[in-house]
Design a protein around this ligand. Structure first.
Ligand code: 5RP
Length: 221
């Protein structure tokens, strides 16, 4: 296994400690979460079920015999566990590299606690080196791109990719995001953007970071 995968596996294993008996667990999307699902399998009878943030995660949970619940049938999600593309010391995140940002943001918002699991390559001082994903209604693609350019962003259409909600993704390249909450609010005002891949208004509550040596819980600045 590559060193990057070993780190993802280690942080996924550590996240299991945060799951409590009878919990409904929100489950994110991506390669780090794929390892988490493997560790969730042996304790599947100790939890009440899982709420999936994508069709792909739902299929993996079901393939592992983990009960998947519809968010509409659930009133309380004690914990949401998901990866990220970038994290900063205020626990603000860029997410959506896998295109699942809308359902991820909904579950993060619906959960009491959001535990983010990353390897040390994802920890940055300033968000934005990783292109910021926007989920956009298809008919608004060019309009949204023009609006983003006015805000000095460089949007790139993620071609041949359709989200679970039938929309497209624009990735904003070359942005240094010094004020994540303001940018998230500002982008949210553009009609046609369904979801901004900045998780700043609702940041993570805890972040676990793995290096080659150890897994640590990040301290908030
Ligand atoms: C998917 C996401 C993922 O959490 C993010 O892309 C990180 O993925 P990985 O664990 O594969 O590095 O936001 O939409």
């Amino acid at each position: 296994m590559s060193s990057s995968d070993l780190k993802k596996q280690a942080v996924a294993r550590a996240a299991i400690e945060y799951v409590e008996y009878d919990d409904i667990v929100g489950v994110g999307t991506g390669s780090t979460v794929d390892f988490f699902i493997e560790y969730l399998k042996p304790i599947k009878n100790k939890i009440s079920g899982a709420v999936a943030s994508s069709i792909s995660t739902q299929e993996k949970l079901e393939a592992n015999g983990i009960r998947v619940l519809d968010l509409n049938d659930v009133s309380d999600i004690p914990i949401y566990i998901d990866g990220a593309d970038e994290v900063n010391s205020n626990f603000q995140l860029i997410k959506g590299g896998g295109g699942a940002l809308t359902r991820e943001k909904i579950i993060a918002g619906a959960s009491n606690k959001f535990l983010c699991i990353v390897d040390d390559s994802k920890v940055v001082d300033v968000l934005g080196k990783f292109p910021l994903p926007l989920e956009v209604v298809p008919m608004a693609r060019s309009f949204v791109a023009r609006e983003v350019i006015k805000k000095k962003g460089m949007p790139v259409w993620r071609e041949n990719f359709i989200t679970d909600n039938g929309n497209i993704i624009l990735d904003i390249n070359h942005m240094e995001i010094f004020e994540p909450i303001l940018l998230e609010k500002d982008l949210n005002k553009i009609p046609g953007i369904l979801t901004v891949g900045l998780f700043a208004e609702r940041p993570a509550d805890h972040i676990l970071v793995s290096s080659e040596k150890e897994v640590i819980e990040l301290e908030k600045k």
